[in-house]
Design a binder for this molecule. Sequence first.
Ligand code: FAD
Length: 287
Amino acid sequence: MKIYDQFIGKRPNLSFEIFPPKHDDPLGDITAVLDVLCALHPDYISVTCGAGGGRNGEKTIAVASMIRECYGVEPLVHLTGWGRTKIQVDEFLSRMLDAGLVNVLALRGDRPAGERGDFPHASDLIRYMRSRDDRFCVAAACYPDGHPEAGSRDDDIARTVEKQRAGAEFFISQLFFDNDNYMRFMDDMVTGGVTTPVCAGIMPVVSKAQIKRMIGMCGAVLPERFLRIIDKYGDDKDAMLDVGVQYAIAQVIDLCARGEERIHLYTMNNPQVARRICEGVKNVIRR
Ligand code: FAD
């Protein structure tokens, strides 16, 4: 089933992001995560994929197949274009179709290094996929706090519109912590020409180390209010767990109240945190 169809007349929508087992960890390790997440009945689960042409996403496809076949939940397969050739992408997509997978989040990839391959920008990958096969539902990323390499918000939104023109059917936002800014971003997206659904990316921050890592990577802005909380509770592991869960719950409720009812939870493969958040919003998200 194409995920886009979930957005027609059905709101709210709740989805999760997970990553496949790292390095040589066995694939079966993910079942402990999926057992809990799938019991929360998400609308879809996205599975990340390493950048570059290296191992070509075998584990991503394997985990996505497991989500579909063993748990009956719709998977969204991340595919990074940087460093990949058209032949590699063709091979990836045909392995997806063989496994009955049709939903793709088309991305450039994190921190590109080395050969750029045939897809220097996400829009190149989206355009290519669209020219090859109309069986896929293609999603793309957008950035409420701006992509770290973008010259300006206008530039960034123009690139987002380019992805829509290339064939992206919906967007998932980068994580953010300031809902007011997200609402301004959404207004600017509409003014800029974005007409497709957008899922708001929420990440529960449950440790101080996670914050440093994350901000370095994605450039999300931490509001003063959040910084104050981290300042006070950052060194207390248990308190940080409460903080991360409660902040995420408050964000989700506020977004839903403002009409942004498509929530994508970055679970970081921590199903207990996801479970606590889902319990906290169970009557808000599932009306
Ligand atoms: P693009 O849309 O190509 O944009 C990248 C930069 O280039 C932006 O600054 C943009 O403004 C600019 N740009 C775009 N098009 C052009 C153009 N034609 N000419 C000039 N400049 C242009 N990374 C992974 O490696 N694996 C994952 O699984 C993964 N999952 C993600 C999931 C989500 C929901 C999000 C938000 C991000 C994810 N990322 C992942 C990170 C992502 O790969 C990085 O944010 C990356 O730096 C940009 O990817 P993009 O698809 O947005 O790139």
